[in-house]
Design a protein around this ligand. Structure first.
Ligand SMILES: NC(=O)c1ccc[n+]([C@@H]2O[C@H](COP(=O)([O-])OP(=O)(O)OC[C@H]3O[C@@H](n4cnc5c(N)ncnc54)[C@H](OP(=O)(O)O)[C@@H]3O)[C@@H](O)[C@H]2O)c1
Length: 293
């Protein structure tokens, strides 16, 4: 039976399923993280840009769990890219989270039009890793081209590339390149959230194939998608602020999808991205200041 543990390329263990907190208000974040830790999650994914790192830290402390029992992942926003700015970005996140060391720190986006700045930010992450301030470093929303450029200019292979990935948008080219370099693919919108909160898109949760597989296992479509990620070796960070769904999304370790069911889900890929085109992220249009702790 597949377990909730994955070993990263530097030997650090990460729980495959974590709780995501994008779009969770500060008030809801504390309760959601507390509930997640209560039902067994040991991994939380936040970001400087989400404005709720402090509440994630607060909930971890109030859980009574030892600091090293919870894997804390966060992301540097583009406005904090650059050697000194990124080192300071780490300090802001660590202070808000109330931790000395962050388990996994990612670059939230590549800046294709300012790739030198992206490289400077990644080199700052390498320095934080060497100094023991973070246990692993990685990237998010990196295309194959971004990854190749980064790998050519830096020393530490990212441990993780967190990308949009659900049955309707599987990015098999990125997954293959990640695998080639020993980079863990981590799915954001793993149950297709982006297809539910983006107007005009069709919710993956309503897909008939997923609903049929869910019926066969006595599980929900969300659980089937999360199980699909885990069985295919990915990490996934479903977001919910509702206690029942938080528990549901973690209850995926007591059933097994067949090879045919995995293949049927693999075949649902439409190639249509729900989120922003990574190439269109620019400082001019997307930068905003990340407050001090
Ligand atoms: N790196 C990036 O650029 C990036 C971008 C987007 C997201 N992320 C990360 O990935 C995490 C997850 O992505 P996401 O929030 O976009 O999408 P998601 O986790 O696929 O879906 C979340 C949505 O589905 C609902 N939901 C949760 N569990 C459900 C269930 N069992 N049944 C039915 N509906 C359910 C949630 O609503 P309720 O809360 O009301 O339950 C929410 O609207 C984020 O929180 C964030 O940590 C990263």
């Amino acid at each position: 039976m597949t377990t909730n543990r994955i070993t990263l390329n530097n030997g650090i263990e990460i729980p495959a399923i974590g709780l995501g907190v994008f779009q969770a208000s500060p008030e809801d974040t504390t309760a959601a993280v507390e509930e997640a830790l209560r039902v067994g999650y040991r991994h939380i994914d936040t970001a400087a840009a989400y404005g709720n790192e402090a509440q994630v830290g607060e909930a971890i402390r109030s859980s009574g769990l030892a600091r090293d029992e919870v894997f804390v992942e966060t992301k540097l926003w583009i406005s904090d890219y650059g050697t000194d700015a990124s080192l300071h970005g780490f300090e802001k996140s660590a202070a808000k989270l109330g931790v000395d060391r962050i388990d996994l720190l990612l670059l939230h986006q590549a800046l294709p039009s300012a790739f030198n700045l992206t490289i400077d930010a990644y080199r700052a992450l390498e320095r934080l890793l060497a100094d023991g301030k973070v246990r692993a470093i990685g990237v998010s929303n990196f295309t194959p081209e971004n990854l190749e450029q980064l790998l050519a200019a830096t020393t530490v292979v990212p441990a993780v590339n967190q990308i949009e990935l659900h049955p309707y948008f599987q990015q098999k080219d990125v997954q293959a390149l990640n695998a080639k370099h020993g980079i863990l693919t981590q799915a954001w919108s793993p149950i297709g959230g982006i297809t539910t909160y983006t107007p005009g898109q069709k919710s993956v949760l309503e897909n008939e194939t997923l609903q049929e597989i869910a019926r066969e296992h006595g599980k929900s479509p969300a659980q089937v998608m999360l199980r699909w990620h885990v069985q295919e070796g990915r990490s996934a960070i479903p977001k919910s602020t509702k206690a029942t769904r938080i528990a549901e999304n973690f209850d995926v370790f007591d059933f097994e999808l067949t090879a045919d069911q995995l293949a049927a889900i693999d075949a649902l890929d439409t190639g249509v991205r729900g989120g922003p085109q990574p190439g269109f992220i620019t400082l001019e249009d997307h930068a905003f200041p990340i407050p001090e702790a």
